[in-house]
Design a protein around this ligand. Structure first.
Ligand SMILES: Cc1cc2nc3c(=O)[nH]c(=O)nc-3n(C[C@H](O)[C@H](O)[C@H](O)COP(=O)(O)OP(=O)(O)OC[C@H]3O[C@@H](n4cnc5c(N)ncnc54)[C@H](O)[C@@H]3O)c2cc1C
Length: 423
């Protein structure tokens, strides 16, 4: 089954189905129309800005702050590495959102004054808000992988924010010596896109099978188990037998150190010379959440009913940055949460109705050509968290036609979600 844009939006817009009644004049704290500032123009933030403009554009003054002019989706960036997509096909701009009346500001937010209800940008501007929406994605935990910090990301890329990092990683793989070693340091839970590292391994193996078939892949993994493990391992045995070795925590996969100058990965005291080292460190909410004083630990806790921060009801946090409960950190989740947040912001600042929050997510992964698998679930908000209500997962041993159909479904999803986010 191919998902087209209309089906994707229809399938996921339960929460966004609210119809607007005539907006009343909200007593904006700074005069004029109520002001909404959205920080981060990725899967979560761009969706909020677009849905607010679409459904309440006349009643609200909406600003989206995002440093980059072109956003490259992490989703399908592994397929770029595998040779199934071009980098250009992952690129999206903000022209449509701007034309819908959103004030798109290309800048970086460096501070939030929650008492004054204002944000400050790197170029020195201050913007006032009635509601603030933060969807800044992830940053990396300092010191998570001994020997690595962001100054080493050119020698040992993470490629966990897409664009130049994805291009760099692919170029390094293509330049590997014959029979060389690609290494990955996998992250601990929780992290962005649970199947992402393992889909990446599949795509690297696919590329190497083509251009460097005697090359090896070595994964150091601090986790006992990982998402869709049975499906990935079945696929690796089928398509890439003998190429991939994963070292879990029982054999020291949680005790690693890297040396970017020497290009070594040390696992439990044993030094491995590697040709490419993809370091994916432990993650935390984008730093602005910490600066705004909205984190507990590494993430910003929210109420699933509205995606409001549990620390400040005038701030909504969504996507990878929030601690919400059962949903995985994915683009699909961020987009789904964004519609709930947009509805809640509209409800608070205009007269529109607010419906019970419902969410959904599916994570597709490609293992080899036309060999697609998926895992997904539906969720609802409880007072405690966003709670899973039911789920599904591909099965091992599925036939080729079903796997091909699953892959084609993911291609339809990509087109659908991209236009739902960026217009
Ligand atoms: C390899 C890989 C594969 C993936 N595959 C899938 C997949 O198949 N399906 C899926 O659903 N998800 C997938 N994901 C996960 C998905 O990309 C993320 O979960 C999603 O992008 C999260 O959305 P977000 O809005 O929270 O963050 P992002 O999309 O990262 O957006 C955050 C934005 O905020 C901006 N920003 C950060 N700080 C500031 C600041 N202080 N001021 C202004 N702007 C700021 C950033 O520039 C960025 O554009 C994948 C991820 C990876 C790494």
């Amino acid at each position: 089954m191919k998902l087209n844009r209309r089906q994707f939006v229809g399938a996921t817009a339960g929460a966004a189905a609210a119809t607007l009644s005539a907006p009343h004049v909200y007593a904006a704290s700074h005069g004029g129309k109520p002001k909404v500032v959205v920080v981060g123009g990725g899967a979560g933030g761009a969706t909020v800005a677009r849905y607010l403009a679409k459904d309440a554009g006349d009643a609200l003054d909406i600003t989206l702050i995002e440093p980059t002019r072109v956003y490259y989706t992490c989703f399908f960036s592994n397929l770029y590495i595998g040779g199934f997509r071009t980098i250009e096909s992952l690129a999206h701009d903000y022209g449509t959102i701007a034309s819908m009346g959103v004030n798109v500001v290309h800048d970086y937010v460096v501070g939030v004054d929650r008492d004054a209800k204002s944000v400050t940008t790197a170029s020195g501007d201050t913007l006032m808000y009635d509601r603030l929406v933060l969807s800044p994605g992830i940053d990396f935990v300092d010191g998570a992988v001994p020997g690595w910090d962001v100054t080493a990301q050119n020698k040992m890329p993470h490629a966990y924010k897409a664009g130049s990092q994805s291009q760099l990683l692919k170029a390094q793989i293509e330049a590997m010596p014959e029979g060389g070693t690609f290494a990955m340091v996998a992250p601990p839970n929780p992290f962005r896109c649970p199947p992402g590292p393992y889909e990446r391994v599949s795509m690297v193996a696919h590329l190497l099978s083509d251009i460097n078939p005697t090359a090896k892949i070595l994964i150091a993994d601090p986790k006992e188990n990982f998402s869709k493990q049975g499906l990935f391992e079945e696929g690796w045995n089928k398509h890439y037998a003998g190429m991939i070795t994963r070292i879990g925590p029982d054999f020291g996969g949680n005790n690693v150190e890297v040396n970017p100058d020497e290009m070594t990965l040390t696992i439990d005291g044993e030094v491995n010379n590697v040709d490419v080292c993809n370091v994916i460190p432990a993650m935390k909410a984008g730093v602005i959440c910490e600066r705004a004083g909205l984190n507990e630990g590494n993430w910003a806790p929210v109420s699933g009913h509205t995606m409001q921060s549990r620390i400040d009801e005038n701030v909504h946090v969504l996507g990878d940055a929030c601690a919400q409960g059962d949903m995985p950190k994915s683009g699909f989740s961020a987009n789904s949460q964004a519609k709930v947040a947009a509805m809640a912001v509209r409800g608070a600042l205009t007269d529109s109705r607010v419906f019970p929050a419902k969410f959904s997510n599916t994570c597709w992964s490609l293992i080899d050509t036309d060999d697609g698998v998926k895992v997904g679930a539906s969720y609802e908000a409880t007072d405690e968290k966003i709670a899973k209500t039911d789920g599904f997962i591909s099965q091992t041993g599925e036939d080729a036609a079903l796997r091909k159909a699953t892959f084609e479904e993911s291609v339809g999803w990509y087109e659908g979600i991209s236009s739902d986010i960026f217009g």
